[in-house]
Design a protein around this ligand. Structure first.
Ligand code: PGA
Length: 254
């Protein structure tokens, strides 16, 4: 099954609305109306900028995502933003279960699965983030952790949903640290994730894009992206400059 390579930039809590618009314009200036080499590019700004970046990208091939969603559609939930709102603003993607949400906002594996379901139900593609902490890595528990995090997502989503689901393998110890697993390690784990999805839903697993994330930079992106089971990258800090993000999208793969 062919999988369109995907480069996603997670800005986290960076950039105002005006800065976000300027970034989107800059990306179009640099690359034209479409990402290079038939790849897909997704910019994932803070909520306040989602609509503005969608407007800026109108008529281009660039996509927008949100960094989180809250459950439900509408209601008395002060401060909440639903998948319905994100989709209506024009975004196609939403990150669920980023390790910072798990760590700082107490999101459990089950909540993450519920969010993936809500995203899918609203027509969005969830980017489901999974990954082990450093102590779990040191204890050799990486596969166990990935299986545990994936299980409720596999249980809750219908098999057909997986055509649209993206999984990002992000070792927590690699996020924002400058440390990375070897490309072979990351690829092995991407293969492990694909096998787990295959066991649950069969052939559709071949359509799921699996990204590597954690200290991806212009200097190392090629080594990860070139691996057989890695279909792209979820980039944090190194995506904050449009010029760098544009260059990453154009790296040749062997
Ligand atoms: P980083 O973040 O590239 O800054 O390590 C990646 C992420 O958290 O998605």
């Amino acid at each position: 099954m062919t999988r369109v390579p995907l480069l996603a930039g997670n800005w986290k809590m960076h950039k105002t609305v005006e800065e976000s618009r300027a970034y989107a314009r800059h990306l179009i200036d640099l690359l034209g109306a479409d990402p290079p080499l038939g790849r897909e590019m997704v910019v994932i700004p803070p909520f306040l900028s989602v609509w503005a970046v969608c407007r800026q990208f109108a008529g281009t091939g660039f996509q927008v995502g949100a960094q989180n969603l809250d459950l439900g559609r509408e209601g008395a939930m002060t401060g909440a933003v639903s998948a319905y709102h994100i989709a209506e603003a024009g975004a196609r993607y939403v990150i669920v279960g980023h390790s910072e949400r798990r760590q700082f906002f107490g999101e459990t594996d089950d909540v993450v699965a519920e969010k993936a379901k809500a995203a899918h139900a609203a027509g969005l593609s969830p980017i489901v983030c999974i990954g082990e902490r450093e102590d779990e890595f040191d204890a050799g528990k990486t596969e166990e952790v990935l299986s545990r995090q994936l299980a409720p997502v596999l249980a809750i989503l219908p098999a057909t949903a997986w055509e649209r689901v993206v999984v990002a393998y992000e070792p927590v110890w690699a996020i924002g640290t400058g440390r990375v697993p070897t490309p072979a390690q990351a690829d092995h784990l991407a293969g492990f994730i694909r096998q787990a999805i295959f066991s649950a839903v069969g052939q559709t697993a071949g359509a799921v894009r699996i990204l590597y994330g954690g200290s991806v930079s212009l200097a190392n992106i090629q080594t990860f992206w070139g691996m057989p089971d890695i279909d792209g990258a979820l980039v944090g800090g190194a995506s904050l400059k449009a010029a760098d993000f544009a260059r990453m999208a154009a790296v040749p793969l062997e």
